[in-house]
Design a protein around this ligand. Structure first.
Ligand code: ACO
Length: 326
């Protein structure tokens, strides 16, 4: 498989750190020093996850030169769909990809990497030739805007890539994916229901999803320990080492995590792609948004090798080593 197009979309409205400091007890200095985040773009009531995804998807299709009807499969990595039954079909309809089968894939901030690897499996087996992979989240819907420990981190957005079958060398060079449910309580967006008796024999629950809860220190420790390891494993599968990389592109959770991982892999800062200052943590969208920006700025050039890594709730983490260029 090869990646032939990318696109991204973020809401116009944003909150700066100073705006947030008027809402909770925090400051621009604290947020910048601890996270590197300067602002976060937030979806208003007139912007849906499906619409943001469709905007990103259309741009990726345009770059790839494919028509919507050329798509065989659409994978939407998200933890915040407009519809719990899935939003991928809505995206399929919005972009007019009527031939494509579409479904959601949930793996929090690892979602984009997991979906990219999933797309590659369909392509490698010959089942599908043209696959659209989208990472999109509107976590502002699920953030407690009174909790200074989490509300400073998250923003909204969508990014997409087009993956195609190729006869001239597979550009997913290696990957590794991991899960550890025993640490699930470190980061949750959990359902909570109230008991309700339907009759004397049947009792169910009905309720809602609660705000995001997070043990920030645990998640930080987990990311700094596991992300370098999973990248090393993916590099090993690719027959490469960190010295062969042109770019390091991690899930944009926190600049300190990005710097610590780069440091451990001995990758210099010029090779690190980061836009966390502009968007904060956009969950499944962060890698494809940053990739799209780097491609459109012509930072990433034909033949460049990029180590991507997603990590987050589950807990889940993974890495895909990709080579850009048709
Ligand atoms: N402004 C000012 N002070 C704050 C803020 C804030 N926004 N938030 C916490 N503090 C205070 C705390 O109350 C604490 O005060 P105390 O010492 O008086 O108790 C102090 O700052 C230090 O708090 P810590 O939580 O230890 O701060 P830390 O340096 O760990 O930074 C942070 C917190 C930024 C959340 C960090 O732990 C982090 O980035 N963790 C990773 C989180 C992450 O990336 N999550 C997303 C994963 S991806 C996904 O799947 C969604």
């Amino acid at each position: 498989m090869t990646i032939t197009g990318s696109g991204s979309a973020t809401p116009d409205q944003f909150l700066s750190n100073n705006d947030l400091a008027l809402m909770v007890d925090t400051s621009d200095e604290w947020i910048k020093a601890r996270t590197g985040i300067g602002k976060r773009h937030l979806a208003s009531s007139s912007v849906s996850l499906s619409q943001l995804s469709a905007q990103a998807a259309s741009k990726a299709l345009e770059m790839s030169g494919l028509a919507p009807n050329d798509l065989d499969l659409i994978l939407l990595a998200t933890s915040s769909p407009d519809d719990l039954f899935g939003s991928a079909c809505q995206v399929q309809s919005l972009i007019g990809a009527s031939r494509a089968v579409a479904f959601d894939l949930t793996a929090a901030c690892s979602g984009f990497v997991f979906a990219l690897v999933t797309a590659a499996q369909y392509i490698r087996t010959g089942s599908y030739r043209n696959v659209l992979v989208i990472g999109a989240d509107i976590l502002s819907r699920w953030v407690d805007w009174n909790d200074r420990g989490t509300c400073i981190l998250f923003g909204d957005g969508a990014g997409a890539i087009v993956c195609q079958a190729t006869e001239t060398g597979d550009r997913l060079l290696g990957f590794e994916m991991c899960s550890d449910g025993s640490q699930n309580s470190s980061l949750n967006l959990g359902y909570q229901g109230l008991e309700k008796s339907l009759n004397t024999k049947a009792e169910i629950t009905q309720g809602n999803y609660q705000f995001i809860t997070m043990n920030g220190r645990e998640v930080y420790r987990f990311a700094v320990a596991k992300v370098p390891e999973v990248i090393e494993k993916a590099l090993y599968h690719a027959g490469l080492s960190a010295a062969d990389l042109d770019w390091l592109l991690l899930h944009q959770a926190n600049q300190r995590i990005i710097d610590a991982v780069a440091d451990r892999l001995k990758i210099t800062s010029e090779k690190v792609i980061s836009n966390v200052a502009e968007y904060g943590n956009t969950s499944a969208a962060s890698i494809p948004i940053a990739l799209d920006e780097a491609i459109r700025q012509r930072k990433v050039k034909d033949g460049d090798i990029i180590a991507t890594s997603g990590f987050g709730a589950g807990l889940s983490w993974g890495s895909a080593i990709i080579q850009w260029g048709k």
